[in-house]
Design a protein around this ligand. Structure first.
Ligand code: ZN
Length: 80
């Protein structure tokens, strides 16, 4: 990516703040976190469990893509 494009991308992106309560990011324009601002502690725990489950699913999917990429790369090296 060109440096000018990167700088303009950063300028266009809204600034975000990390929530102290749920550790997720939200826009600095908002007064409170839109993820957890209206949740009590039990609801926050459910939110964080779901978020962590989503993260672990993403990690698993990423590992699958790495294995598939290695297998395809190995096949290409074997064929060529
Ligand atoms: Zn939050």
């Amino acid at each position: 990516m060109a440096l000018g494009m990167s700088i303009s991308w950063c300028a266009m992106r809204k600034k975000q703040r990390r929530c102290d309560r749920c550790c997720l990011y939200y826009s600095e324009d908002l007064k409170q976190c839109h993820h957890c601002g209206r949740l009590d502690d039990d609801q926050l725990e459910v939110l964080l469990k779901g978020h962590n489950m989503g993260l672990s699913n993403s990690v698993t999917l990423g590992r699958c893509f790495i294995v598939i990429g290695l297998a395809v790369g190995g096949l290409l090296l074997f064929v060529l």
